[in-house]
Design a protein around this ligand. Structure first.
Ligand SMILES: NC(=O)c1ccc[n+]([C@@H]2O[C@H](COP(=O)([O-])OP(=O)(O)OC[C@H]3O[C@@H](n4cnc5c(N)ncnc54)[C@H](OP(=O)(O)O)[C@@H]3O)[C@@H](O)[C@H]2O)c1
Length: 239
């Protein structure tokens, strides 16, 4: 069975992806910082191994890489860098952005994903030999649109997009995707719009079929939006 490592899988989009891949029989290694929530998310899924920790912590990343070696036989089909931070909420203007907070946003959203890629590049490349070896870095429309207040998070996601694009050139045996899921009704989205009613945003589970379609179709490396892989409702109902 294929093996995937998914960061930030205790809630929101990461959890929805993990549940869908577990239902497809994948072996999964997942993380998040809050141990109890992560354990709750993994409960009932025998193929999910939960390792609580912070992606910015090198020791934790080493633990994840060791689990990949152990459970995947030194072979990793899929890495999804999903864990992310919005940064300061309410979102500050760049002129007032606390620089230590900005460093933390870059550490979590840019440095940690690349560090994790570096930690598992060999097992990813091993999987590439027989059609695996995919990296999905979860992006945002804030990476390409200039929304006031989103300069910290958005510029970090733009950096992640560019890392993905260059990596795709340097590692042609791998598929390297930046995937923009669009708005989703999650804790992060609520933090971005404190006190606002976000009940009109789609649940993260509704975006998962688009990501699965990306993984199944394996288009060339690049940046893709969920909307480009959306499955018409009537087709989804028939699956
Ligand atoms: N929601 C949206 O509208 C939206 C739109 C565009 C893009 N995105 C992107 O989609 C992805 C998922 O976001 P979401 O909305 O599902 O967020 P979410 O519901 O807040 O979930 C974030 C997950 O990441 C974990 N996490 C956060 N920081 C971490 C760290 N340093 N180390 C390990 N795990 C960490 C969280 O658990 P702990 O807090 O316990 O660590 C949680 O499991 C993110 O990359 C986000 O930027 C979201």
């Amino acid at each position: 069975m294929p093996t995937a490592l998914i960061t930030g899988a205790s809630k929101g989009f990461g959890r929805a992806i993990a549940e869908a891949l577990a239902d497809r029989g994948w072996t999964l290694i997942v993380d998040a910082r809050t141990e109890a929530e992560l354990a709750q998310a993994a409960r009932g899924h025998a193929s999910i191994t939960a390792a609580a920790g912070d992606v910015t912590d090198p020791l934790h990343r080493r633990q994840l890489a060791a689990l990949v070696d152990q459970l995947g036989g030194r072979r990793l089909d899929l890495l999804i860098n999903n864990a992310s931070t919005l940064g300061t909420s309410p979102l500050p203007q760049l002129a007032d952005y606390p620089l230590d907070d900005l460093r933390q946003v870059y550490e979590t959203n840019v440095i940690a994903p690349l560090a994790l890629i570096q930690s598992v590049i060999e097992p990813l490349t091993a999987a590439a030999a027989d059609g695996g070896g995919t990296i999905v870095n979860i992006s945002s429309d804030a990476a390409v649109e200039a929304y006031p207040g989103w300069g910290g998070y958005g510029s970090a996601k733009a950096g992640l997009d560019q890392l993905t694009a260059v990596l795709a050139q340097e590692e042609p045996r791998l598929r390297c995707y930046a995937f923009d899921p669009g708005d989703m009704r999650t804790q992060m989205h609520q933090e971005a719009f404190p006190g606002e009613d976000i009940s009109d945003r789609p649940e993260p589970q509704t975006v998962v079929p688009a990501l699965l379609r990306l993984l199944d179709e394996r288009p060339p490396s690049g940046r893709y939006r969920a909307a480009e892989f959306a499955i018409p409702q009537e087709q989804e109902a028939a699956r």
